[in-house]
Write a protein that binds this ligand. Sequence first.
Ligand SMILES: Cc1cc2nc3c(=O)[nH]c(=O)nc-3n(C[C@H](O)[C@H](O)[C@H](O)COP(=O)(O)OP(=O)(O)OC[C@H]3O[C@@H](n4cnc5c(N)ncnc54)[C@H](O)[C@@H]3O)c2cc1C
Length: 236
Amino acid sequence: NGISTLGNLLAESAGCKIHRETLVTGINRGPGGRWQIDPDSRDGVGEEFDDVVLALPAPQAAELLPAEPPELAGLKAALSATRFQSQWSFMIGYGRADDVWSDEERYALVNPDREHPIAWLSHENAKPDRISSEFTVVMAQMQPDWTLKNYDVPADELIEKVNCEVMQLLDKSATPIWHDAQRWRFSLPTGILDANAARTAESTGIHIAGDSTTGKGRVSLALQSGLDLAGRLIDA
Ligand SMILES: Cc1cc2nc3c(=O)[nH]c(=O)nc-3n(C[C@H](O)[C@H](O)[C@H](O)COP(=O)(O)OP(=O)(O)OC[C@H]3O[C@@H](n4cnc5c(N)ncnc54)[C@H](O)[C@@H]3O)c2cc1C
């Protein structure tokens, strides 16, 4: 049912207070030494915490951390140094009659040698109850190198190029009826956060979870890192 299902189920089972649609703009120590989160709205202002877990791409986490106390300096530097690759994603809708995905046995094509501009191409109709029968929908995840070259080009200007690559791969010829695109600046980690820097900072109450700590962009690994950290915090 889509990637948001896991988050919704976790939120439901945790039974805790969640501030949705709230951008954190900074994390600071209050006068009593506890942590305060600065949100972009009044919602949640004034609450203080002994521990804060940051589970977002490492370079973005680095920007939220204050310069003090000094035990955070190593973590801030290590987070900034943890590299991520970027990725353009295109969802493209074709008319059903164009029959762009005729191989019903395959739901996706993956590019293991990284030689092709498309890293992953999937047939969204293969997912139950997802796509209206009017359309054939494919999802094209573009290679990091291709993404970098085209990072600042508007999606509407890229769609023709992307469609050409898709058609060549599928050996078809069709024009998209519609498309949607998302540019992920920090899509998948290519490095791993220095675990020593993270451990040193834990004495301040600042903790890191998520795929920055696993070095691999996998939902299961990110989730496990959060569960492991939660276990350590509960036991402490
Ligand atoms: C295009 C794409 C395809 C992928 N495909 C797969 C796949 O098929 N299988 C797989 O296992 N993994 C896949 N991944 C990788 C997977 O999505 C990540 O590894 C995983 O989501 C990492 O989880 P996380 O909790 O560490 O961080 P994220 O999922 O990145 O969550 C971080 C959250 O923090 C929020 N956030 C960031 N900054 C702030 C702020 N200042 N204030 C408030 N909130 C903030 C973000 O909005 C986001 O919700 C894919 C990733 C991408 C981009």
